[in-house]
Design a protein around this ligand. Structure first.
Ligand SMILES: C[S@@+](CC[C@H](N)C(=O)[O-])C[C@H]1O[C@@H](n2cnc3c(N)ncnc32)[C@H](O)[C@@H]1O
Length: 417
């Protein structure tokens, strides 16, 4: 089968996890850049990557790259690409997203119109027609320009991969599914180990962990733009990739996954989402405040996203938030329409109390590890502990840190509790 260069954009800081996931499904990495990993693969790889990758935002098929310091360069570079190898004559094609950083060419709307014109010119010459009905299948184009180097790709995914299709019940401030999966993979937690999220909200961490435990591919319940590209990917390839993923699922696995939240509506939503994901039997959800957090066993993990207090009553604390387009990584952020924030105002005292309680309850858990993603700047102070490590990440447009408090590793034969 024809080989392509495929690009998987992911959250900034998740590149190492993204690389491992791509290796795990059997493909060679060719390049790693901030927020994206490039790999080599055929049509089957497009289907398998879309269905199986947990922390990717989408899968792009690279059409080409070139240097451009002016719109004329952009026009000529785009026109020189072999569009007719990808787009059938009835294709609907347009530049759906243009992003530019540290480059002479930067206006997204001008980039979009110049490139569309260049694509039409190329197709006119190749297909010998002057009017394109564009009444066929969609081939959305994405372009990113960094230091005048233009990379042009087709979006094989469509709606972002973090939309697995299981989150129907809405709650406040949910974490993106692919970010939750990536964060879990940044920790030493593995299927079979205990995992508790004491601020579980809609249950994202637990649902993602349950899907990993059951070897359930994240993309089995949704569709992808490239399913319509029969000129490049035969329909049987998608069918085979889905069958392969279905055959991997094992719902008989032993799990200890627990989600707690003070809000009964959040727990109801979490249960409904877990049911829609097909993993409700693997997770226990319960209304419980963090002040009652406890667990009888050893060597468990807390992986959690406590309230940040984005809209504090006194408006003095919380994470930095960027207006759309002003994000420091806006040029290649896939997430700028995904602002997440708390609906409810929360006072500094309340927030501080929540983190102090979490710190106290964690100290009472024997030999546990804790991983906390938050934008709350006094997190370590109020938890009463200095993290062994932390990692800066963007949750939507909000700058957050992932604080890591690893506990001891279980011995080869841990004592029974
Ligand atoms: C940022 S949200 C978590 C979102 C979650 N990760 C998701 O993906 O839906 C924080 C959650 O903490 C819960 N919460 C606030 N105070 C709490 C407390 N004292 N004990 C337990 N949960 C609490 C809120 O109800 C909210 O659902």
């Amino acid at each position: 089968m024809q080989q392509f260069e495929l690009i998987a954009p992911c959250h900034f800081g998740m590149e190492s996890v993204m690389k491992n996931e791509i290796y795990d499904i059997g493909y060679e990495i060719t390049e790693v850049d901030d927020g994206r990993v490039t790999f080599a693969g055929d049509a089957e790889a497009i289907a398998r990557a879309n269905i199986n990758l947990r922390c990717a935002e989408r899968v792009l098929l690279k059409v080409g790259s070139f240097h451009a310091e002016s719109f004329e360069d952009l026009f000529q570079g785009t026109k020189a690409l072999p569009w007719e190898q990808y787009l059938p004559r009835d294709a609907k094609f347009w530049v759906t997203k243009a992003a530019s950083v540290k480059s002479k060419v930067f206006s997204p709307s001008d980039i979009q119109s110049v490139m569309k014109k260049a694509m039409v010119d190329r197709m006119t010459e190749q297909y010998h027609i002057s009017h394109f009905p564009e009444d066929g299948v969609s081939y959305p184009v994405r372009v990113f320009i960094k230091k005048d180097e233009v990379t042009v790709a087709l979006d094989t995914t469509g709606e972002s991969l973090h939309k697995r299709g299981y989150r129907k019940a809405s709650v406040k401030a949910p974490i993106a599914e692919n970010l939750a999966a990536g964060l879990i993979m940044l920790t030493p937690w593995k299927p079979g180990r205990i995992l508790v999220d004491p601020f579980c909200g809609s249950g994202t961490f637990l649902i993602e962990a349950a899907m990993m435990s059951a070897h359930m591919a994240p993309g089995l319940r949704r569709h992808f733009t490239a399913e319509g590209w029969t000129n490049l990917i035969p329909g049987a390839v998608w069918q085979d990739a889905r069958t392969e993923a279905e055959e991997e699922i094992d719902l008989s696995v032993e799990t200890d996954l627990q989600g707690y939240d003070i809000d009964p509506a959040a727990i109801a939503a979490a249960r409904e989402n877990a049911r829609l994901a097909g993993v409700d039997k693997l997770i226990h959800f319960q209304v419980r405040p963090v002040s009652s957090l406890s667990h009888p066993k050893k060597f468990g993990f807390l992986i959690t996203n406590p309230p940040y207090g984005q809209r504090l009553k006194d408006a003095t604390r919380g994470g930095e938030k960027y207006p759309v387009g002003k994000h420091p990584h806006a040029y290649e952020s896939e997430f700028d329409e995904e602002l997440t924030e708390e609906d409810r105002a929360i006072s500094k005292e309340e927030l501080s109390g929540i983190y102090r309680t979490l710190g106290e309850r964690f100290q009472m858990l024997d030999s546990w590890s804790m991983y906390v993603i938050t934008a709350y700047e006094d997190a370590e102070k109020d938890l009463g502990m200095k993290a062994a490590k932390n990692r800066k990440l963007y949750n939507g447009m909000i700058k957050t840190y992932f604080y890591m408090f690893p506990g001891p590793k279980p011995t080869a034969h841990p004592r029974k509790n």
